[in-house]
Design a protein around this ligand. Sequence first.
Ligand code: 6MZ
Ligand code: ZN
Length: 374
Amino acid sequence: MATRSDSTAGNWWQMMPKVELHAHLNGSIRDTTLLELARELGEKGSIVFSDVEQVIMKNDRSLREVFKLFDLIHLITTDHKTVTRITKEVIEDFAAENVVYLELRTTPKRNASIGMSKESYLQAVLEGLMAVKNVDVDFGQEVNEGSTGNSHPTNDVCCLSNKKKIYVRLLLSIDRRESTEAAMETVELALRLKRSGVVGIDLSGNPAIGEWKTFLPALKFAKEEGLSVTLHCGEVPNSQEVHAMLDFIPGRIGHACFLEEDHWRKLKSYKIPVEICLTSNIRTESISSVDVHHFADLYESRHPITLCTDDSGVFSTSLSNEFVLAASTFGIGKKEMYELARDAINFIFGGDGVKEKLEEIFASAAVELEISID
Ligand SMILES: CNc1ncnc2c1ncn2[C@@H]1O[C@H](COP(=O)(O)O)[C@@H](O)[C@H]1O
Ligand SMILES: [Zn+2]
């Protein structure tokens, strides 16, 4: 895992406001934090640090190996205190590179041995949002008398002190290893936490595992109850599943690496927005090289797309880096990249009020970046 570069600071892709719609919490952990936590567990004798260090620092890994790494990461991170810490750090990191709206997804986990339920895991995530101090976080929490969200009490301070602001909404992930009942439990939790900024459901996890029919009842229920749904779709060849996923008409899909001609036709006719994760797809060897990535075709055909990091920690990337990668690979200029970033507002799962605020942010950024909007 290479250290994320700061060499982009001051460039348009760094300065430009950005919208991140596909980021997994445990995939976005700083590698320094991961190593620190692993070292602590090593000292306690729970793991052998040198073995773990090698796995963490490895740069190129196949999709299969990535999921082995996630099992290791979960072993290191899944207690309430750590979940709170990594949430706080991940928000700070996205805000630092001018992400102004973040849909952060995470899989609620149960671990009876440390008294963790899916609900308490999520509470730890919410604590992390509230623990951010150097950035004003609006996570859409409806504040009751006496409650202390980060955004509302600090809002005034923010505007006076020009503190950066980030809108954060949460998506709860269903892991493909889970049963129908477990998936349903996650959807029910999301519904209970709607007032705490949970706006949708994601289906993710190792694409070689699990069947669509297992998750469908929970996903249908989510949709019926007004939650937005995004699906990891076509990360491996699975024609039948891709058709079924597209016919479900999710709010968005992620990846779309192994779609065939008739899938593309369907995707385009349904106009389902695609979360594009360039570095992730290259690192996992789902796509052989960036210049042949389906980004090019979707961009040229004006299909709704949005650039995303997927797992900025695991793949040593950042959203700014994804923008500069797309710009340099496909020869796209600053103005067009700005439009790509701004148009992602149309595909967010957050409400109309947030969309209006984001439009304003992008409009004033255009002036600062000297981009003329037609
Ligand atoms: C590389 N492409 C990918 N494909 C599918 N699922 C992925 C993923 N990257 C991450 N995840 C999913 O997100 C979890 C980590 O974050 P959370 O513990 O939920 O915060 C992984 O365990 C996996 O289920
Ligand atoms: Zn993903």
